[in-house]
Design a protein around this ligand. Sequence first.
Ligand code: C2E
Ligand code: MG
Ligand code: MG
Ligand code: MG
Length: 280
Amino acid sequence: LVKTGTKNDYLFFNKTIEYQSIERRLLESAFRIALKEKQFYLEYQPKINLKSDQIIGMEALVRWNHPDLGTIPPGKFISLAEETGLIIPLGEWILYEGCRQAKEWQDKGLDNLVISINVSVRQLEDPEFAKKLTQILEETKLAPEFLEIELTESVFADIQNTISILQEIRAIGVQVSVDDFGTGYSSLSYIKHLPIDTLKIDASFVRDIHVNEESRAIVRAIIHIANSIGLKVIAEGIELQDQATELSIEGCRFGQGYYYSRPLKIEAFEQFMQKRLVTI
Ligand code: C2E
Ligand code: MG
Ligand code: MG
Ligand code: MG
């Protein structure tokens, strides 16, 4: 049991566990209420063509607006949602809302923007997932080529099952991107067997690409592999001009990060787009 010590240490440790489980149960019941009362909303972070500076799309990122606690970031509740299964109804709402908003923007004249939506491995395990996706696209009238789903590498732990569900998703016409690439399970050797469209270079390699030769080498390798098997590459977490420049030099065509824009609420995203259109 962790660290031995005095009786008091042990008691304290036990109390902590108990406290954590109470905290968790409180969070879970608050989460159920939040789902019912629609306390969630999406922010949108622009994705940029690094050469032309044009906006190619946006990633939807969920936030929880709690009446007492204010805005809670996904890092604080996604894993709870996954463990409790509540990610299924939440994830469905996220997909619906993201597609609806993307279609609304298209109708307002923001053409050709692809919306990227993070999908949890739990959602993929739902045998109804592809059917639900089809329904959402029909209801929102968003053409499937304007939707991309982002999956983290953990989905590739169960590779056989993943391949068939990804094939279904791509058969609908929806694109698939591997998020946080380079940090998880997938190795460059089997990436070629995966029915995917895009690799998203993890922010940890971008952070020091302009000063660290190893990070740059990893980025270069990822881009090289992607190019040779026909995948697109996007870099996430770009905060500095230098990082964008180095990524561009290595042949990375797309990126996103605070350097271009933070994730934005609907109105701020529209203002951001308007400013860009005026200055271009
Ligand atoms: P992710 O999909 O890898 O998203 C990137 C995260 O990095 C986001 O954090 C984004 O706000 C943040 N970010 C973007 N640019 C920069 C930058 O230049 N610097 C830094 N330091 N950070 C940047 P966020 O919104 O807190 O989301 C964290 C993670 O939570 C996401 O990582 C994703 O795994 C998960 N998540 C977010 N929204 C959803 C969702 O709708 N569904 C699911 N299943 N997961 C989500
Ligand atoms: Mg993502
Ligand atoms: Mg990521
Ligand atoms: Mg990440």
